[in-house]
Ligand binder design. Structure first.
Ligand code: PGA
Length: 253
């Protein structure tokens, strides 16, 4: 994995299909310019229905495509689900797994998220596996217990995967900082990423990994968040829907 800083624009379900295409076409050249920056990798995660048309638009542009989620099984009677295999056919090189909104709204368990990671690795898609504590755990100072519960099944499937080529991204997203007024502070993120890094180092993953932060990243806090030692990317929700804002975050490099 190269050492470019990852900017993952998670458009969630904030835009309709037509709005996604309009947004991308209105800023196509500047989007491509951002992706072409030598220290930057730009990844767009549109909602599932946008993957196919957006893949056509960004073909050969340097912008990469990510799914927002995938099924925990390779294929089968799973109404409404999208397989990792289809995501690969659609051109996704990355896919988010276990975003807190999926855990909360779709009931995705730690085990289901780990299975998604396994399916993604089997299909050579880089998982962006999200972990993070909820507000209660943060207040009770049990953040690391929550993270260990989420990380350990992920690490287990990564160790067991026969595909040793595909890297892993772990996105630390404290639930209380997502869609909030402000991001977590640097000391907190720094200590959590250091802990995750030690945990992964001890786990002999046999592949490169990256640590990413997500939760209210904006142009106001991007520069200070980039100072965090183990950070090598951002998962950006709301700010990625405003091109000028996204551009400012990237240009703090
Ligand atoms: P936010 O979302 O940047 O709007 O807080 C981040 C995320 O959910 O990944």
């Amino acid at each position: 994995m190269d050492d470019k800083f990852l900017y993952i624009a998670n458009w969630k379900m904030s835009l309709t299909l037509n709005e996604s295409l309009n947004y991308l076409s209105s800023f196509y050249d500047p989007f491509v310019a951002l992706a072409a920056h030598e220290t930057t990798k730009l990844i767009i995660a549109p909602s599932t229905e946008g993957l196919f048309p957006i893949a056509q638009v960004i073909k050969d542009s340097g912008i990469e495509l990510a799914g927002q989620c995938c099924a925990s099984h390779e294929r089968g009677s799973l109404t409404g689900q999208t397989s990792a295999l289809s995501l690969r056919e659609l051109g996704c090189t990355y896919c988010i797994a276990g975003h807190s909104e999926r855990r909360r709204l779709a009931g995705e368990t730690d085990t289901a998220v780990a299975k998604q990671v396994s399916c993604l690795l089997s299909n050579d898609i880089i998982p962006i596996a999200c972990v993070g504590e909820d507000d209660a755990a943060y207040q009770n100072k049990t953040t690391l217990n929550s993270l260990e519960n989420q990380l350990s099944p992920i690490v287990e499937v990564v160790q067991q995967s026969s595909n040793k080529r595909t890297p892993l991204c772990i996105a630390y997203e404290p639930h209380w900082a997502i869609g909030a007024d402000k991001a977590a502070n640097n000391d907190h993120i720094d200590s959590v990423l250091a802990w995750i890094s030690t945990y992964l180092e001890k786990s002999s993953l046999g592949r490169p990994y990256r640590l990413i932060y997500g939760g209210s990243v904006t142009s106001q806090n991007g520069a200070r968040l980039k100072e965090i030692k183990h950070i090598s990317g951002f998962l950006i929700g709301r700010a990625s829907l405003d091109f000028q804002e996204l551009e400012k975050i990237v240009h703090y490099n």
